[in-house]
Design a protein around this ligand. Sequence first.
Ligand code: NAD
Ligand code: MG
Length: 298
Amino acid sequence: MADQYTLQDPSTQYPKAGPEFQQQQEGPGLQKDMTPVPDSGEELYRGTGRLTGRKAIVTGADSGIGRAVAIAFAREGADVLLSYMPEEEEDAKQVVKLVEEAGRKAVAIPGDIKDKQYCEQLVSAAVQEFGGLDILANVAGKQQYVEDIADLTDEQFDETFKTNVYSMFWLSKAALKHMKPGSSIINTTSIQAYSPAPILLDYATTKSAINTFTKALAQQVGSKGIRVNAVAPGPVWTPLQIVGGQPEDALKEFGNQTPLGRPGQPIEMAPAYVFLASQESSYVSGETLNANGGMPTP
Ligand code: NAD
Ligand code: MG
């Protein structure tokens, strides 16, 4: 297998979904127990110094897309504070090791981002441990499918909004107190913001809120030299999908309907976050970068 710079056919670069993708775990799920194990770039992501000396927070950093972002940021030269849930310690430990092997500092702080104080604690810990904060990557998220609005509980609706939207608000607000010109906030929206699945009513609505929040905040802080952008993944093979994110029997076809004909892997999301975090994207703000296998977006 080759790194992200080697020319190859993207339609066959990673496998199509098949019957082996059908599996379920209790939430939040562990990446290490999935088959096939998602590729978060552990072997393949090659850094080239694009984030040298930066200090970053990555939420959901134990698995899936957040894990790929944490690995990529470290290999590009950034220190990384990892947020994740206590149940995900086994996945998170591997990421801490990978960040350290890249020669960067890793700080692991498990907790619940539905809790405002925990969000504020993440920012103060980053400032204390790293001596500042340049990058906030909000990647953590909750997705639970429910077929009928009659069965969508207030509790779930509230938790999905707290996890996906409120945490972004609390973390951004706390981070901006410390961010200097050149800093970057990167949120995680979804193809669901534009093409909502009927079974993801609450989730898709949060993803559209994240897009709008990103565009509004970008205008507020542009004059301070801070950029705010979002990444909108399409179907990506991660724990989120096998803990109730999709009906189990949909997993054998997961992502095969995209123009590239297969699900994405977390490693394929990382370069979008690296681009938006680095100075290369100095004139890009309020933008959503879609990485979705070719599905048209507005
Ligand atoms: P994932 O399960 O690997 O990551 C989600 C992470 O969110 C978990 O690892 C967990 O650490 C964190 N999290 C959830 N609730 C939390 C809480 N209350 N407190 C602290 N942490 C919490 O799955 P992923 O697919 O990599 O998800 C990452 C982001 O990508 C999410 O925002 C998701 O909505 C978004 N996304 C995923 C896809 C996809 O197809 N996988 C598509 C579009 C967008
Ligand atoms: Mg996880």
